[in-house]
Design a protein around this ligand. Sequence first.
Ligand SMILES: CC(C)(COP(=O)(O)OP(=O)(O)OC[C@H]1O[C@@H](n2cnc3c(N)ncnc32)[C@H](O)[C@@H]1OP(=O)(O)O)[C@@H](O)C(=O)NCCC(=O)NCCS
Length: 232
Amino acid sequence: MPFLTQLSRVKSYYIRHGLWPTLVRGYRGVFSGTMMLYYCDIAAFRQAPVLPSGHSVERKRNEAEISSLDLQRYAELWNPVIAKANMRERFGRSASLWLLQSEGTLVGYGWTLGGGTIEPHFFRLGRRDVHLFDFYVAPAYRGRGLNPLLVNSVLCHLALEGCARAFIETPQWNHSQISSLKRTPFHFLGSATKWTLAGRATVWWGPAPQASYATSDESSKLDESSESLESS
Ligand SMILES: CC(C)(COP(=O)(O)OP(=O)(O)OC[C@H]1O[C@@H](n2cnc3c(N)ncnc32)[C@H](O)[C@@H]1OP(=O)(O)O)[C@@H](O)C(=O)NCCC(=O)NCCS
């Protein structure tokens, strides 16, 4: 990310949140903290996603495809300055933005990038791999299963395009996202920590997932949701 954009991010965050949260966030920008990494084999999915009535998922490949109303709402959902700068950078790298609409209102979004990641990652992605990142649901709509709906829908679309494997990660402290991912076909891959300096990541892997994890109830639930996704 260009230095001036980074500076603007820091300034904007400082104005909104104050010094201490800015320092914490800056630290997290360099040091990821422990991240929970997940993967999902999507090559076998063959069905288009079925969404509840009143809901739709739209894919956007550039800013011009987004209505001015959605653009405004997207920016306001988080931080207008950062949102716009991020959007430019991500579309410039051929990422896709997926908008979740509920009764005509933009209530959530998520980004995907095929074959790589925007930030230096924990490992190299393959050509047919896809990275899911920056998923967000508006506070008033949380806890209704909208994030899994969006994630599952995105996975189905990507599978139909021939993507093989999807990856997503979340900080260990983000219990909402960890809980939410249990309602998707993602499987826990492992935990890791990384330092990013001058565009290079140094990664420390945590212990490999326990064998018992694969046979836990949670994993069975994942398998069930994966099957229902495939048969939906
Ligand atoms: C993480 C996030 C996308 C989940 O979206 P969601 O549509 O609420 O997901 P779900 O409906 O599956 O709920 C997941 C968990 O959120 C928590 N949750 C429920 N209601 C909530 C609310 N009103 N506010 C915050 N969290 C809530 C619960 O822990 C829930 O899990 P549980 O039902 O097993 O207890 C959303 O909380 C969010 O946008 N957070 C901020 C951005 C973020 O952290 N994104 C992830 C980037 S890695």
